[in-house]
Ligand binder design. Structure first.
Ligand SMILES: O=C(O)CCC(=O)C(=O)O
Length: 304
């Protein structure tokens, strides 16, 4: 189904308007063609090698039927070239517009939709948020919330309060995104509905058709999914998924980065990846330190 939605653009003010109004937007020429080609080559090489040694990641942890789409996860460990994307100014600008200045990177992985894939169900990324309640009304226990037991409804603006976004996703198109190859589809204005799509429902959506080097950005409440790849080649999107600094990161960068990568990061990148203490949260020893530090540097048992 088709629906009116935003158009791809080069204007960051227009992009902000689009995200506010529709819940998503598309930004052209974010990455130059040479860098995009080098990133594409590295992703495809890594994806093939991971498949060959059976270390590849599919979506089957959350979608048991979907074993064709492939994720190349934890990109900073798999090539320095990927770090261009988290230093991309329009990306950081729109992330901070949506989440504020202290947003952190939560995931950084490539999603490859291969021809013959399964349809990904529409979903929202902040599925873990408890819904707003009336004073005195019982509330969802936050640690009991699951991806599948959710309040579903129509993608119309709610009549009462809804949660604000606490995450957002900037997905870089590393190949062209087309109707045929699995471009992300999104439901305009669903971010204001305060509910989740019904897995059995059919909703009007827009395919984010953009050339390689662009990005698609959606905020955490917007209904979206990768679509079917009926073409002949892979569609590659790199997701830089960002969150409020009080949320647990989807990828645990401070723990999972290879040591040679962690030491090569700039302070700016370390801050983005969650090494910086936020208002005492994320501290690893000393409440007054600005940075989390490895256990080897922390105080152990002392005696006088
Ligand atoms: O690959 C895509 O187009 C969308 C991926 C997605 O839905 C997600 O990362 O939440």
């Amino acid at each position: 189904m088709k629906e009116d939605g935003p158009v791809p653009q080069r204007d960051i003010a227009g992009l902000k308007e689009s995200v506010t109004r529709h819940g998503f937007g598309m930004y052209l020429d974010a990455v130059d063609s040479e860098t995009t080609a080098a990133i594409r080559e590295r992703v495809l090489e890594q994806a093939a090698a991971e498949r060959q040694v059976n270390l590849h990641t599919t979506n089957s942890a959350v979608e048991p039927e979907d074993d064709i789409n492939q994720w190349v996860v934890f990109l900073p460990n798999k090539g320095r070239i990927f770090r261009h994307l988290i230093n991309n100014s329009p990306c950081l600008d729109i992330v901070r517009f949506i989440l504020g200045r202290e947003a952190i990177l939560s995931e950084f992985s490539a999603h490859i939709t291969w021809p013959g894939n399964r349809e990904m169900p529409l979903h929202i990324d902040q599925w873990f948020m408890p819904h707003p309640v009336e004073p005195g009304e019982d509330y969802p226990r936050p640690s009991d919330i699951t991806r599948s037991r959710q309040r579903c409804g129509e993608p119309r603006p709610a009549t009462g309060p809804v949660n604000p976004p606490v995450v957002c996703n900037v997905m870089f198109a590393i190949t062209d995104f087309t109707l045929e190859n699995g471009a992300t589809r999104l439901v305009p204005e669903s971010h204001r509905s305060g509910c989740h799509p019904d897995p059995a429902g059919h909703y009007a959506s827009v395919h984010a058709e953009v050339p390689a080097g662009s990005f698609v950005v959606w905020e955490g409440r917007t209904w979206h999914a990768a679509s079917l790849n009926t073409g002949t080649g892979p569609r590659i999107g790199i997701t830089t998924y960002w969150s409020a600094p009080f949320l647990r990161q989807l990828l645990n960068f401070p723990y999972g980065l290879r040591p040679e990568v962690a030491t090569d990061l700039t302070d700016h990148e370390r801050g983005l990846m969650g090494f910086r203490v936020w208002s005492t949260y994320g501290t690893s020893d000393d409440f007054e330190s600005e940075w989390a530090r490895p256990g080897s540097e922390n105080t152990g048992p002392l005696s006088r």
